[in-house]
Design a protein around this ligand. Structure first.
Ligand code: ATP
Length: 258
């Protein structure tokens, strides 16, 4: 469970201060998938980065399973909460094989039975053992993102923070990775907090959604209200209609399961 209360994040000082997040509150229940949507610059990634402590400075309170987060991420917490980034190429070390990439978190956290776990992690994301000794440049973008998901899950966390996990992928590959994420969430009862500028992606994965604008949450709504296109706030309606044509087509491609 993630409880965010009156979160504020500022960058810079004096006249140059950017108030990126301004008093954001929401709660994500255990096993729920919750989305943050909004235009570029609305502050959604900054919320996620505060929870992951990539930006360690924040105001307000963030509690994970009841424990308030401090500016330093504990080792135990890293096991419970993992993050998947937009760009799988940037997130994976180019000179490490898939095996080394998946082995690293097991070594850091002194988890045994490494070979078995690595093979299982690959199979969990739909990749065969032949991928194990390849380098990131020897596999496709979608396969790289599957490896990033495998790495995030290899320590068996409860929570995944997903920052635009499919935005760098072609639409057809996006659908595959989204279906994979959805299946893993269902099978393992994972809690997801996902950021995307793409309403269709969020409506496909998430049960509830917070819409952000200029650092604030303007509306919290269910995915079915979002899909139905009848949100209460004018800003959300604008966001829906701005993306309607393209995304409604795209979402039709998402509703198949592996
Ligand atoms: N490290 C930083 N230093 C200064 N300003 C920053 C920093 N990170 C983010 N910002 C600013 O904070 C605001 C919110 O950015 P954020 O990345 O959270 O938006 P976003 O909604 O996730 O958009 P995008 O989808 O484009 O990433 C923006 O005005 C951005 O320029």
């Amino acid at each position: 469970m993630i409880e965010v209360e009156n979160l504020t994040v500022e960058f810079g000082r004096g006249a140059a201060t950017v108030r990126a997040v301004r008093g954001v509150s929401f709660t994500v229940a255990q096993g729920e998938s919750y989305g943050l949507v909004g235009e570029s610059g609305s502050g959604k990634s900054t919320v996620l980065r505060a929870i992951a402590r990539i930006n360690p400075e924040f105001g307000g309170t963030i509690r994970v399973n009841g424990t308030p987060l401090t500016s330093k991420r504990s080792r135990d917490e890293a096991r419970r909460m993992q993050m998947v980034f937009q760009d799988p190429y940037g997130a994976l070390h180019p000179r490490h094989t898939v095996d080394a990439i998946l082995r690293e978190p097991l070594e850091i956290h002194r988890v045994g039975d490494k070979d078995r776990r690595i093979k299982a992690a690959l199979s969990d994301v739909g990749l065969g053992p032949e991928f194990r000794f390849r380098y990131p440049h020897q596999i496709s973008g979608g396969q790289r993102q599957r490896i990033a998901v495998a790495r995030a899950l290899i320590l068996e966390p409860e929570i995944l923070l997903l920052d635009e996990p499919t935005s760098a992928l072609d639409v057809s590959v996006q659908a595959e990775v989204l279906n994979l994420l959805k299946r893993l969430q269902r099978e393992r009862g994972l809690t997801y907090l996902m950021v995307s500028h793409n309403l269709a992606v969020v409506a496909h994965i998430c049960e509830r959604v917070a819409v952000m604008n200029r650092g604030r949450v303007v509306e919290e709504l269910t995915a079915s209200t979002l899909r139905g296109g009848e949100p209460a706030e004018a800003y959300t309606r604008q966001l829906v209609s701005a993306t309607e044509g393209y995304d409604r087509e795209a979402v039709r491609g998402y509703v198949t399961y592996e």
